[in-house]
Design a protein around this ligand. Structure first.
Ligand code: 5GP
Length: 204
């Protein structure tokens, strides 16, 4: 497999979705891994583009069928990454971008760690996260409260990541993310160094 995986995690409201969208536009051979979820669709989201929105029963059947590279329960809903499309895109040499939470990152790393670079994106303070969630206006106060609580526990696991980005300025953070994404393609563990060395030493 010639491709690589870029896992992006961070609290809801950290700005990671907008950063990811821009990254996907600027890196032509990138592919966004569309997760499945049981949460309800938000205004502006499109089924099959942002997520595959499926029922709890469908999700549980997919778990039993071994469909997922990883799955987790986040904010009372299931979220999961399908394995098959990721393997296909890796074989085609793509940069596969996955938006997954801290639980999913741990599992995916155990299974495909050699192909993976991970980035944790957050805000400078918890206060700025709350302001962003309030401003987004997509969630009720109760859901925002849940997301803030979840953010506190996610923050305690940021050390498990290769990189951390404090998103206090969109353009600056995007630049850093693009640098990480491009450098991730040259990771030593992606290379079959045995084969490369034998070709490299062949002087004919
Ligand atoms: P949201 O509901 O705001 O779109 O996402 C909530 C959380 O679920 C985010 O932290 C996001 O990273 C995470 N998430 C999205 N897709 C997946 C997935 O496929 N697997 C896991 N483990 N988490 C996911």
């Amino acid at each position: 497999m010639k491709g690589s995986i870029l896992v992006i995690s961070g609290p809801s409201g950290s700005g990671k979705s907008s950063l990811m969208q821009e990254l996907l536009k600027q890196i032509p051979d990138s592919y966004f891994s569309i997760s499945s979820t049981t949460r309800s669709i938000r205004e502006g989201e499109v089924d099959g583009v942002n997520y595959h929105f499926i029922s709890k029963t469908e999700f549980e059947n997919d778990i039993d069928a071994g469909f997922f590279l990883e799955w987790a329960k986040v904010h009372d809903n299931y979220y999961g990454t399908s394995l098959k499309p990721i393997l296909k895109e890796l074989h085609e040499g793509k940069l596969v971008v996955c938006d997954i939470d801290v639980q999913g990152h741990k599992i995916a790393r155990e299974k495909l760690g050699n192909f993976m670079t991970s980035v944790f994106i957050t805000t400078p303070h918890q206060k700025s996260l709350k302001e962003r969630l309030d401003k987004r206006g997509t969630d009720s106060d109760e859901v925002i409260q849940k997301r803030l609580l979840n953010a506190v526990s996610e923050m305690t696991r940021m050390r498990e990541y290769d990189y951390v980005l404090i998103n206090d300025d969109f353009d600056k953070t995007l630049m850093q993310l693009l640098c990480i994404a491009r450098a991730s393609r040259a990771k030593m563990t992606l290379m079959d160094s045995g084969e490369f060395l034998s070709q490299w030493a062949n002087i004919e």
